[in-house]
Design a protein around this ligand. Structure first.
Ligand SMILES: [Fe+2]
Length: 287
């Protein structure tokens, strides 16, 4: 019979799984077990602490619904999501950032120059720029899929019960023959991630707030290029230094400036903007 003690149990557990030698599954499973067991040994975890973790995960499952994924939120607030984004950002391309919970894959197609504000109050901002490859060559026909919160920090999808259309403040644009995208909208406000569940308890235990810096969400695609999921933030706005989910990168900060000489840009806009926000997206080739 195998002699199991606190030092031999890790290898015994690894041996208990029949895995393909050298496979990715084996590498990740064994690595996970090594780290988990090492952590437990190093910290001499008590029964009370162990049960506390299991009950925390149980609570995360209990509060989750199709519209609320508490485990994604947990991943976000401990920087796990951001770490995966950073690891998978390709050199020279725009850095990735959080997808968040409000993406819909069937947003309406909009023509360049459309206004996404839908009559909402707030300063009208022209959001524009180019989509290029890493050699700065413009990419015509790139897909710019965007979604955002409103001037109160709320996504319309969160207020469908109040009569909001979940497709508001989102749209899919295609860059023109110069690789340009442009549209008008209102600036989003910061909002809090949900903090009425177990992840909220974790934040409070660490004296942390739940605020996200204001942002615009994007997925940018083009055939032959790696798609990017990212966010644009605004220089000088709240929480850019302490975003609750660690989504802000220096390279993703854009400036919002008063609109001057917009006509010189040659855009066909449905609405005259008060302000302008320019941001270029860079895609790296596949492979
Ligand atoms: Fe968001």
């Amino acid at each position: 019979m195998r002699d199991i003690n606190q030092f031999t149990i890790t290898q015994a557990v690894k041996d208990s799984f029949r895995t393909e030698a050298g496979s990715r599954f084996e590498k990740l499973l064994h690595g996970f077990l090594d780290h988990l067991h090492d952590f437990t040994r190093e910290n001499q975890i008590t029964h009370e602490e162990w049960m506390g973790v299991l009950n925390f995960l149980y609570d995360c499952g209990q509060i989750s619904t199709p519209e609320r994924h508490e485990f994604i939120l947990l991943s976000d607030v401990v920087g796990f999501s951001a770490l995966v984004d950073l690891i998978n950002s390709k050199g020279g391309a725009t850095e990735g950032s959080n997808l968040g919970p409000f993406y819909l894959d069937d947003a309406p197609r909009k023509k360049l120059g459309a206004d996404l504000a839908g009559g909402r109050e707030g300063a009208c901002v022209l959001v524009h720029g180019k989509v290029t490859d890493t050699l700065h060559k413009p990419l015509p026909g790139a897909i710019v899929d965007t979604w955002q919160a409103d001037g109160a920090g709320t996504y319309p999808i969160q207020e469908q019960a109040q009569g909001q259309d979940k497709m508001d403040l989102r749209g899919i644009f295609e860059t023109d023959d110069q690789g340009r995208y442009y549209y008008t909208t209102i600036l989003p406000k910061p909002y809090t991630v949900p903090f009425d569940g177990p992840v909220g308890r974790l934040l409070r235990a660490g004296d942390r707030h739940a605020w996200r810096a204001a942002h615009l969400h994007y997925i940018i695609r083009h055939p032959g290029m790696n798609a990017i999921t990212t966010e644009i933030f605004f220089e000088g706005t709240e929480y850019t230094d302490n975003d609750a989910v660690f989504g802000v990168r220096k390279s993703l900060l854009a400036r919002v400036l008063p609109a001057r000489d917009v006509a010189a840009l040659g855009y066909d806009l449905d609405r005259e903007p008060d302000a302008v926000c320019e941001f270029d997206f860079v895609l790296a080739p596949e492979g």
